[in-house]
Design a protein around this ligand. Structure first.
Ligand code: FAD
Ligand code: NAD
Length: 406
């Protein structure tokens, strides 16, 4: 009898952790495990805002897949998935196709643009190494261009960030650190540059602890970030952003809009025919969509409900990693012929968000609030713990954030 084929799509938090766990729990003769990813590297999405602002080089964020995968146990295919065909148990790639007995989908998120006019064409999003690198270079290009034109254009120096959720807030925190450096480098007075964060809800970080939200806004405003709260973005063009606040239409002239105002699951998964809810696929407690016993979905493509609040759990790396560990354990059971799968129960440790390199906010262990240095240190501990799980001490030493005083 041939070995079953396990195919894992995407090497984000969910996909790569499933592969790393399977290479430990399965023997080479138990199954053929194949990991498919667009790039030769895994990246830590949770650091991309730093790469986009230019406060951290993207090579710190990416990890070569062959450095953490044992290629004698897991076959790595660098290719782009174009279609998933669950009815014939096949995955189509740009360069070929794969058949599976078990499929793990971990293709991550894409921006939700809510049909806003001009957004797709004119705004940047923070969702990959390539997109982060483009934002960094675009900002620098505009700073360089500013002093090379006879007519000084303010739109080159206005940076607008759409959404004050965690991504938007973390990104403006990095910009607040980076912009003074860029001003020095390009001979631009700091007061000429505007960093504007536009949020539709009545508060930044809606739903988060109000005391910490106030702390975050004070910290960011003190470093030159402007907030437009209760302001709904309506349109983006090449050189302006339009929003509505108190039923008034307002415009900001800008060449740089970074959209951080919502995510959805990768559209390939919806296209495959699974029933979807805003691009995320509802899965049962074994992380399989109803009617598909051979498909597991992990990370941002999966929708799981919090029974206590009757709302979906937010898509986070924390949950993606735990789902991967659970899925690898359940796949191992299936391969060994057991039919009882363990249910997935998220074990939420808290939320910590950076506000630049030396400030942060967080709530951990249910209700312990952190801010300032202790929150910054906690964020580094969380990041290093992930690297330890993924590649042991050598990976922490190579890519970790080990300087707790900067
Ligand atoms: P991803 O990490 O998005 O990975 C998907 C992978 O699939 C990528 O490697 C991609 O290249 C690959 N892929 C996509 N399409 C294809 C294709 N067609 N073919 C082949 N490969 C493909 N969460 C937290 O818990 N804590 C945080 O501090 C935190 N900070 C964040 C900061 C930022 C700036 C952002 C944007 C998000 C943050 N999140 C955080 C959320 C977290 O990053 C996501 O929930 C997490 O990345 C989801 O993991 P994933 O494995 O589902 O997908
Ligand atoms: P989000 O959906 O959490 O926040 C988007 C924000 O944009 C919301 O506040 C929303 O009100 C606002 N918005 C939506 N439409 C708008 C419009 N037209 N105009 C102005 N504002 C608008 O998205 P996110 O911040 O990208 O986070 C995505 C996921 O990643 C979440 O689950 C989040 O918890 C997670 N994340 C976690 C961290 C962390 O833990 N440090 C950091 C980043 C992201």
């Amino acid at each position: 009898m041939r070995n079953p084929n396990i195919v894992i799509l995407g090497a984000g938090y969910g996909g790569i952790m499933t592969a790393v766990k399977l290479q430990k729990s399965l023997g080479a003769n138990d199954a053929n495990v194949t990991l498919v990813n667009k790039h030769s590297y895994h990246y830590q999405t949770t650091w991309l805002h730093e790469n986009a602002a230019g406060t951290l080089h993207h090579d710190r964020t990416r990890i070569q897949i062959k450095d953490v995968i044992n290629t004698s146990k897991v076959n790595f295919v660098q290719d782009t998935v174009t279609d998933i065909k669950p009815e014939v148990k096949k995955v189509l790639l740009e360069g070929g196709e794969l058949s599976y007995d078990y499929l793990v989908i971990g293709l991550g998120f894409e921006a939700a643009t809510f049909g806003i006019s001009g957004l797709k064409e004119n705004a940047f999003t923070i969702n990959s190494i390539n997109s982060a690198r483009m934002i960094r270079q675009h900002i620098e290009y505009n700073f360089a261009k500013y002093n090379n034109e006879a007519e000084k254009k303010q739109e080159r120096l206005n940076i607008v960030v759409g959404g004050a959720g965690f991504t938007g807030i973390e990104f403006v925190g990095e910009l607040a650190n980076r912009i003074p450096e860029l001003c020095k480098e390009y001979d631009i007075p700091r007061e000429k540059v505007r960093i504007i964060n536009v949020e539709a809800a009545p508060t930044a970080l809606p739903g988060f602890d109000p005391e910490l939200v106030e702390y975050a806004m004070n910290s960011l405003e003190a470093r030159g970030v402007e907030f437009k709260i209760g302001a709904m973005i309506k349109e983006v063009t090449e050189n302006k952003l339009v929003f509505e606040k108190d039923e008034q239409r307002e415009e900001i002239e800008t060449n740089t809009v970074v959209w951080a105002a919502g995510v959805r699951g990768n559209s390939l998964v919806e296209k495959a025919g699974f029933e979807a809810n805003r691009g995320r696929i509802p899965v049962g407690e074994d992380l399989r969509p109803e009617g598909y016993d051979d498909v597991f979905i992990v990370g941002d493509c999966a929708l799981i409900m919090n029974e206590e609040t009757d709302r979906p759990y937010p898509p986070t790396a924390q949950i993606a990693i735990q789902q991967a560990e659970q899925t690898a354990a359940n796949l191992t059971r299936l391969i060994r012929g057991e039919d009882h799968l363990e249910p997935f129960e998220p074990d939420l440790k808290g939320t910590v968000a950076s506000l630049g390199h030396n400030d942060a906010i967080g709530v951990v262990f249910d209700d312990k609030k952190l801010f300032g240095w202790s929150a910054t240190a906690m964020k580094k501990i969380i990041d290093n713990r992930y690297l330890l799980k993924l590649g042991g001490v050598p990976l922490v030493l190579k890519k970790g954030k080990l300087n707790f005083f900067h």
